[in-house]
Design a protein around this ligand. Structure first.
Ligand code: ME8
Length: 504
């Protein structure tokens, strides 16, 4: 039986204004999902929208429509964005899906019945854009520490989840599972800044607005949007429903991929809820960094961005995917600029990759009518390149296991640069001129084989480009098990993969 791999993105607040920062989580998740499929795993890739809460209710009021009308209108915007970016999700969950709402109520009922949720009253501070509760001491200059906006005073009857009860188990869990939360700096932050100072019970219902899932046994209350949202990872699989086949197959999750500002919900609240439900914990949570413009996080309130589809239509989907995957290294922040997107596309995609493929295929047509046999009579220079190409398979694999996505893609481009150097050193046009056709065939075989393997490895990151390369190479088999095929080539006509983007 195939090994399973369950990967999730956060579910997004529906919006008419997505930016390239939002795309970061989902493009990375897509690359990881595709890579695991490529390795032969049975992958379930979940994404969706987080549609309840005060923020959405306020926006609907501004637009003079009901919250449901508001979200129905714009949820397709997320689906359309993911389509334009070639995101290969298996399920798109909406928290307004009936099946989700019913199960969230069942989860709340169960926790109440077993004493993990109790009725009390809440007085404290609330950031509506982040849907987060804060204490006075957590504020920075009197503002929300996550987004820097104003908080408001909330005073209402509320249900509470006994988060404090899980403090010791959470610390033990972090200590026993060094892999649970990555990068490791985020784990230290969670333990030192949030858990060790003492976890307080979490307010898990609201009465001052109504756009949420009602508490089944007390209809004045709606369930706190983060409890509703986090539960999507199990409701999407049919947990507590009549058909829990997917849940049995895929839970626990192999990877929750989230931005760093929502790590604390995923690494503290979510595991505590799962402990209360007596369910296994996710295997890994990865908190990635932010895409910034200058020093500032790109955010909906910053107004300094264009719709990501603008870049896709101007530069192509793989230029955007490549840039985003390459730009932000393991867990750190990265910078976004159109200039850098253009220069990466020109340098890496047009020059290094595009030129290599184009000139190799052109030479194969020019000197061998498009046909090159499988060769074995290598010189050291060929063996050196081919060895590094085959070693690349393990290099990429190790990096992807550690979620070093940007390093994985870089290592492929290092080898592509070596291929270009190999052309310059072996000067195929001189070999042709001197009539050394046997040697020339080996050189072109070495190049075609290197391109074939690199294109197979690039599929998870820039899938459309890989398909175009397979078409030109005329190879049909691009699975993991084909990496070490020993084949000759009968190539198709060359087609330009990336045009250089000229300065306007
Ligand atoms: O947080 N750079 O939704 P959301 C990188 N609904 N990532 C960024 C970013 C940037 N500039 N801006 C946003 C929510 N993101 C909740 C999640 S999950 C149970 C509920 C990322 O629409 C952000 O870090 O505000 C998060 O991972 C994702 O976009 C969705 O953010």
């Amino acid at each position: 039986m195939k090994e399973k791999f369950y990967i999730t993105t956060p579910i997004y607040y529906p919006s008419a204004n997505f930016h390239i920062g939002h795309c970061y989580t989902t493009i990375i998740a897509d690359a990881i999902a595709r890579y695991n499929r490529f390795k032969g795993k049975d992958v379930f890739f979940l994404t969706g929208t987080d549609e309840h809460g005060q923020k959405i209710e306020n926006k609907a009021k501004e637009a003079n429509v009901s919250p449901k009308e508001y979200v129905d209108e714009i949820v397709s915007n997320a689906k359309d964005l993911w389509k334009s970016l070639n995101i290969s999700y298996d399920k798109f969950i909406r928290t307004t899906d009936k099946e989700h709402e019913v199960i969230v109520q069942r989860i709340f009922d169960k926790l109440y019945e077993q004493g993990d949720i109790y009725l009390g009253s809440y007085e404290g501070l609330y950031c509506t854009p982040c849907e987060s509760f804060w204490t006075e001491s957590q504020l920075v200059d009197g503002k929300c520490p996550d987004c820097g906006r104003d908080v408001s005073l909330v005073k209402e009857e509320s249900y509470f989840f006994r988060l404090s009860k899980y403090q010791d188990r959470l610390i033990k869990m972090f200590n026993d599972n060094p892999e649970f939360l990555q990068p490791v700096s985020r784990k230290n932050e969670m333990i030192n800044n949030f858990i060790k100072p003492g976890l307080e019970d979490l307010c898990v219902s609201r009465t001052s607005f109504s756009w949420g899932i009602p508490v089944s046994f007390n209809l004045k209350h709606v369930i706190y949007v983060w409890i509703d949202a986090l539960s999507n990872y199990i409701t999407a699989l049919g947990y507590m429903s009549d058909n829990d086949t997917l849940f049995k197959k895929y839970w626990p999750c192999d990877l929750h991929l989230v931005g760093k500002e929502i790590v604390r919900f995923h690494a503290i609240v979510w595991p505590a809820l799962l402990m209360a439900l007596d369910l296994p914990l996710p295997k890994r949570i990865f908190g990635h960094g932010w895409l910034k413009i200058g020093d500032a996080k790109i955010s909906k309130s910053s107004n300094n961005y264009q719709d990501p589809r603008t870049y896709v239509s101007q530069y192509g989907v793989d230029a955007v995917r490549y840039y985003v995957l390459k730009e932000v290294s393991f867990g750190n922040d990265g910078n976004f600029s159109v200039e850098a997107l253009v220069s990466r596309t020109n340098a890496d995609l047009a020059n290094t990759l595009g030129n290599l493929v184009n000139r190799t295929i052109t030479m194969v047509h020019k000197y061998f009518d498009g046909k090159i046999n499988y060769c074995t009579n290598y010189l050291d220079t060929d063996t050196k390149l081919l060895n590094s190409v085959y070693e690349l398979v393990d290099v990429v694999d190790n990096k992807m296991e550690e979620l070093r996505v940007s390093e994985a893609i870089s290592s492929i481009f290092d080898v592509l640069r070596d291929c270009n150097k190999y052309i310059d050193e072996n000067t195929p046009w001189v070999l042709a001129k001197e009539g050394k056709m046997e040697r020339l065939e080996v050189v072109l075989y070495t190049l075609l084989e290197s391109i074939r393997v690199c294109a197979i490895l690039l599929q998870s990151f820039i899938p459309d480009t890989s398909s175009k390369i397979f078409e030109q190479l005329n190879v049909k088999d691009s699975k993991y098990e084909n990496l070490k095929d020993k084949v000759g080539f009968s190539v198709n006509q060359p087609v330009v993969l990336f045009k250089r983007i000229e300065d306007k």
